[in-house]
Design a protein around this ligand. Structure first.
Ligand code: LAN
Length: 729
């Protein structure tokens, strides 16, 4: 059969294969879409030379020259951009890995295996290299993200991935990982999403899972439990999960999966009491325990599962509805889908529903490529199809602040950048938008690319801010007209919450108690939208910038929003003066946004208790070397946690928060800027430090472009306030 002969499952390599020739990889960009290609053909390899950015991303020497040494912040910013400008892609954006989470490749590998789809050889090898490089030296396991300690979730799933990719059970890395997995109790205690993936592969019992009823999708929108009221990231993962669960889709048992059944557990597979495993979650993995309510509903749902599918017309009706929703999601996003989890799950649904020869199946396979990124350690699967628009918007604003946008040497870079922001704006509402619960998107900016097509409040805001900033720079063409800026404003004005804050993709639709039904165990705040300091600030600043451009357009609506957002920001401040950051690490990130909000309405250190407490908190965290450094533990534990080493990104945020708040003493700010300056390499770059981003409090994600955008921005802001004076010898 298809699976018995699946080559990577039969290779069983107990030695490490040799990997690919890095000089043959190329990044291709097309309107933001990023795909990596391996050129096996010698002639093509010569015709299409590696770009500097290819070499940089692959960790090969770029041989970019040493730049003349700098004394002032603006000189430092210029050297930084001199280096960074060489990495700009043809279509005007900056690529970058968007890895961090360690549960993306396993889903992809399991789907490849289940559908019998071969992984192209260079990709297969580089995926192996990445997973081997990311295994912890100490115990050979993996965590939920690259910096996290080994968990059952990370270790079992990546173990399975490496086996599918062709390593044998006696490969030293797998022996080590398996020992760690067994020490953690084996795969029975894997969290719900892991139980799901292993069941799909046929190496876990479906009865060992709490039910995922697709019937919820038939509920009317006014009922809180209707998924249309949940956070879009969550509902679109549970949509295909529910569908596949209801059909109990599993790969057929093969010699390979038979063997996995023996490798993953500490007891014989046939002796496992599956119903007992439903709530068995290993202690190292557990972040958000089930509520009593959740456990009770799960018990009831388990009885319902006893009705056979053939007799359950309600379920059959629900499966039609979930299939329709899955099709809309696929088509509206050109088979990219919202995130790498629902992407792969929808692909599986298409496999079972339409088959391997269908148009839908082939389109899915094609767009898998958009999620794969080649880094120095091998091939990873990104957390979205990239962070293109988001990074572009920040570097644009940084360049304006640091007077680089005005510099004719970089004019072409700036025009290209604006062209990219231009083409990334979403120009339509999703077809059937009400039917598939979508937020208005005509005029919005997405996080990644226009094909993704999802409105995000702060991406729309940063898109708007960066457009205005670039287009107000003398000599830069006006590519985006006022009408399109008004469209963006219209979108933002649909998104304010009752607490006056702004959430991520949509306004909050469901009641807070829905969080009690979070089934995922490893994430928090996934059920519904919540207001965020970052998103709220970004919207506030964008509307303020727009008002200066066109004071009359929807004047009253805009004023109503801008006069109320502050209430939310103030309510969110903790008694120690800090704000918790939800999307990056962590308190320094939130301070950067919150103090900017206060400043925009004239609240500064000298006249506002809020701003004063905010500054005092940040100042209390400055390190001896003048920098600031947090670790991801800040996010996980919601307590400021110092890094062993100061970080340029945290330092940039901290310094900018103090500058925006007009903190009256220059010295701590100057020391922060000094820290950023002396961390710069002689070719102008800054090196990668700790992981920068986070989602759902417990999973980290990389933003490698931050070390350029925010450093340059902070240097510019300092010079705008204190002048461009010599700080280095
Ligand atoms: C992102 C990335 C960007 C991020 C910001 C724009 C920075 C934020 O201000 C709003 C929320 C948003 C859009 C966001 C939400 C959650 C995402 C999509 C991610 C962190 C990238 C990956 C993550 C997604 C949920 C990963 C898939 C995992 C699941 C739990 C479904």
């Amino acid at each position: 059969s298809l699976h018995e002969t699946y080559p990577s499952a039969t290779l069983n390599l107990n030695v490490t294969p040799s990997f690919t020739d890095l000089s043959r990889w190329r990044l291709r960009v097309n309107q933001g879409a990023q795909t990596w290609h391996y050129l096996t053909d010698d002639e093509e390899n010569e015709r299409w030379p590696q770009a500097i950015s290819d070499k940089y991303h692959l960790g090969l020497p770029t041989n970019l020259p040493e730049l003349s040494s700098v004394k002032t912040p603006l000189e430092c910013a210029r050297n930084g951009f001199e280096f960074y400008s060489k990495l700009q892609t043809e279509d005007g954006h900056w690529g970058g890995e968007y890895g961090g989470p360690m549960f993306m490749i396993p889903g992809l590998a399991i789907a490849h295996y289940t559908t019998g789809t071969l992984i192209p050889e260079p990709t297969r090898l580089e995926l192996i290299r990445y997973l081997l490089n990311r295994a912890h030296h100490k115990d050979g396991g993996w965590g939920i993200h690259i910096e996290g300690i080994s968990t059952v979730f990370g270790t079992a799933l990546n173990y399975v991935a490496l086996r599918i990719l062709g390593l044998g059970p006696e490969h030293p890395a797998l022996v080590k990982a398996r020992n760690t997995l067994h020490e953690l109790g084996g795969a029975t205690g894997i969290p719900a999403w892991g139980k799901f993936w292993l069941s799909i592969l046929g190496v876990y019992g479906w009865e060992g899972m709490n039910p995922i009823p697709p019937e919820l999708w038939t509920l009317p929108k006014w009922m809180p439990l209707c998924p249309g009221n949940w956070w879009v990231q969550n509902r679109l993962v549970y949509l295909p999960m529910g569908h596949l669960y209801a059909l109990r889709c599993s790969a057929p048992l093969t010699t390979f999966t038979q063997s996995l059944r023996e490798e993953l557990y500490t007891q014989p597979y046939t002796s496992i009491d599956w119903p007992l495993q439903r709530n068995n979650i290993a202690q190292v993995d557990l972040y958000t325990p089930h509520s009593k309510l959740m456990d009770t509903l799960n018990k009831i749902a388990t009885y319902y599962e006893k009705i056979p599918l053939k007799l359950n017309w309600f379920r059959q009706y629900a499966l039609k509805e979930t299939m329709a929703q899955i099709t809309m999601e696929d088509e509206n996003s050109f088979y990219l889908d919202l995130n790498p989890v629902n992407k792969v799950l929808n692909w599986l649904v298409v496999f079972y529903h339409h088959g391997k020869n269908s148009r839908e199946f082939k389109l899915h396979v094609e767009r898998n490529l958009d999620y794969l990124w080649m880094g120095p350690d091998g091939m990873m699967m990104n957390g979205t199809n990239g962070s293109q628009l988001w990074d572009a918007a920040f570097i644009a604003q940084a360049c304006v602040e640091a007077q680089l946008a005005q510099n004719m040497n970089y004019r072409e870079n700036m025009v290209k950048l604006l062209e990219f922001i231009d083409l990334s704006q979403i120009r339509r509402n999703a077809p059937n938008m009400t039917r598939c619960y979508r937020q208005q998107s005509k005029g919005a900016w997405p996080f990644s690319t226009r094909d993704n097509g999802y409105t995000v409040s702060d991406c729309t805001a940063e898109g708007l801010k960066s457009t205005i900033a670039l287009q107000q720079t003398a000599g830069i063409p006006q590519l985006i007209d006022l009408e399109r800026l008004c469209d963006a404003v219209d979108v933002l004005l649909t998104m304010q919450n009752l607490d006056y804050g702004f959430a991520s993709y949509e306004p909050i639709r469901g009641p807070a108690w829905l969080e009690k039904l979070n089934p995922a165990e490893i994430f928090s705040d996934i059920m519904i939208e919540h207001s965020y300091v970052e998103c709220s600030t970004a919207v506030l600043m964008a509307l303020a910038a727009f008002k200066k451009l066109d004071p009359l357009y929807r004047q009253e609506d805009i004023n109503k929003v801008t006069s109320t957002v502050l209430q939310y920001i103030k309510n969110e401040q903790r008694s120690d003066g800090s704000w918790y950051g939800s999307w990056a690490v962590c308190f320094t990130y939130a301070a950067f946004f919150a103090l900017q909000s206060l400043a925009s309405v004239g609240e500064f250190y000298d006249n506002s208790e809020y701003a004063q407490k905010g500054c005092d908190f940040i100042l209390s965290k400055q390190e001896d070397d003048g920098g600031w450094g947090e670790t991801y533990k800040s996010c996980e534990n919601q307590v400021y946690t110092h890094n062993n080493q100061s970080q340029v990104v945290n330092t940039a945020w901290a310094v900018m928060s103090l500058l925006d708040a007009k903190y009256p003493v220059e010295e701590p700010i100057r020391r922060g800027i000094h820290f950023i300056m002396q961390k710069q390499q002689s070719n102008g770059e800054w090196l990668q430090e700790s992981i920068e981003g986070v989602f759902n409090k417990n999973c980290m994600i990389s933003y490698p472009n931050y070390k350029f955008a925010f450093t340059i921005w902070a240097l510019g802001k300092y010079a705008s306030t204190y002048g461009d004076k010599a700080l280095l010898e």
